[in-house]
Design a protein around this ligand. Structure first.
Ligand SMILES: [Zn+2]
Ligand SMILES: [Zn+2]
Length: 452
């Protein structure tokens, strides 16, 4: 029997933080707050005062590390998972923006082939069934109506599609929602101009969440002088639907975040990154724009100077950087938390990238720690990842770690139907992240196996 014992950590549970050990057996949490002796045949990890949290569950990420899922390559797929895993994500929904029918099905075929991995939580199709009026940074020319033929093609991939974001006011969405529900696929309201009544109707039809509330979602609108509520009001008042909030500290104001939390509570809010290609992208040393976000983050910087001190492993070596902690039984390794000179937050990012495919029309700019359309009319995805969102929400929004942890693990697990994941609790999967006091990820375990 293979055991793992994490000692000397602060265990972030559903409602509180406690000191104590976490004993896991065969990839499952066996005891929380363990105080006994170290059993035989046990990998012992000294957390050295780190926070021990359930791994982050990410229902909405398009890319990172210089890749987007729409690249449709095995390398992109693996590298995006690797980047998010290095920041504490143990379950991830590869998320595809509207990209044209054939590209979408090429992606679904690729995802089917690569879905046999422990951290794959099912594909999230954010489009193409979106409102042109609320497309945000999505490419309007790639939007499609949900006709019978495309619904049938999607049903073929039902086993790997976890979620579809759609605008409920579009013709044909009722059929889409009904058929996807039968197929076990979760439907989410997003990029939509629906009024509150249409949103409520969609929730009755089987939609169970709202994609990035406050971003490309309708609110209070005047029709001939009469005021109507929109998706925002419907979602804040509904008792059941889950709400995604982008946790990068830019897309949702602190007031809106707190309003949603006050109305719906942490059990209904999922913090998502909506991360795009440029999140922690490593720019090549010969690129004159090598001031980019990865360097400003301090951890995955380019190798050619600027601000990548030796204390921080770059992306290609992060999984090996702590290899001496892949421990021998009963040894007592400790984590040397990285110094706090560099924030996780990409607040000084500058440069350019692409939202979706690498095409001239998809060019976006990076400034103020976020991606924007070149005309600055809209944000174009975030540069955030798991641990950086914890830092942002705790440090800048003043939320407590227990609440943030729940919105990043237990609630997304419930949304995605991932039973037995998302909490440090006996009988649950040993998906664990060790965060330093500086919110940096020091170690990640999936099913009790160390992966970072
Ligand atoms: Zn979106
Ligand atoms: Zn998105």
């Amino acid at each position: 029997m293979k055991r793992l014992l994490i000692t000397n950590g602060k265990l972030v549970l559903r409602d509180t933080i406690v000191d104590g050990g976490l004993l896991c057996e065969n990839g499952i949490i066996a005891e929380v707050g363990y105080t006994g002796d170290t059993p035989d045949d046990t990998e012992l990890v000294d957390a050295d005062g780190c926070y021990v949290l359930p791994g982050f569950i990410e229902p909405h990420a398009h890319g990172g590390g210089g890749y987007d899922f729409i690249d449709n390559t095995e390398t992109a797929f693996d590298e995006i998972f690797k980047l998010h895993r290095a920041h504490g994500v143990t379950q991830l929904c590869p998320t595809l923006c509207a990209c044209g029918e054939e590209s979408m099905f090429i992606f679904l075929e690729l995802a089917s082939r690569l879905s046999d991995r422990a951290d794959f939580a099912g594909v999230h199709l954010e489009g193409p069934f979106l409102s042109p009026a609320m497309s945000g940074a999505q490419n309007r020319s790639r939007l499609l109506p949900p006709d019978e033929r495309i619904i049938e093609r999607l049903e073929y991939y039902k086993d790997i599609i976890a979620r579809v974001t759609a605008a409920p006011e579009l013709d044909g969405v009722d059929t889409l929602a009904r058929r996807m529900k039968c197929a076990g696929v979760s439907m989410s309201i997003g990029h939509s101009a629906a009024d509150a009544e249409t949103a409520r109707r969609a929730l009755r039809l089987g939609f169970d969440s709202v994609t990035h509330l406050f971003c490309s979602t309708s609110g209070r609108t005047k029709y001939g002088g009469f005021v109507r509520g929109g998706i925002i009001e419907a979602a804040l008042l509904d008792d059941d639907c889950y709400i995604e909030l982008i946790g990068d500290g830019h897309h949702v104001s602190p007031e809106s975040f707190r309003l949603a939390l006050k109305c719906r509570g942490a059990d209904k809010i999922c913090v998502v990154s909506d991360a795009m290609r440029a999140a922690f992208e490593v720019v090549k040393p010969n690129n004159t724009d090598c001031r980019e976000n990865a360097v400003s983050s301090g951890r995955h910087g380019c190798e050619n100077t600027v601000a990548a001190p030796n204390a921080y492993p770059n992306l290609n070596t992060v999984s090996n950087a702590y290899s001496n902690l892949n421990t021998v039984s009963n040894a007592h390794p400790s984590f040397n938390a990285a110094p706090n000179a560099y924030s996780n937050l990409n607040t000084t990012s500058t440069g350019e990238s692409y939202l979706g495919a690498i095409l001239p029309e998809n060019r976006v700019i990076l400034e103020d720690g976020v991606a924007k359309l070149p005309d600055r009319t809209s944000f174009a995805g975030s540069l955030a990842v798991g641990d950086s969102m914890v830092e942002s929400l705790c440090q800048n929004y003043g939320l407590d770690l227990v609440t943030v942890s729940r919105m990043m693990s237990a609630t997304p697990a419930a949304l995605l139907g991932l039973t037995g994941r998302g909490q440090l609790r006996a009988g649950y999967h040993a998906d664990i992240v060790l965060l330093g006091k500086d919110y940096r990820t020091n170690a990640v375990f999936i099913d009790g196996k160390r992966v970072v």
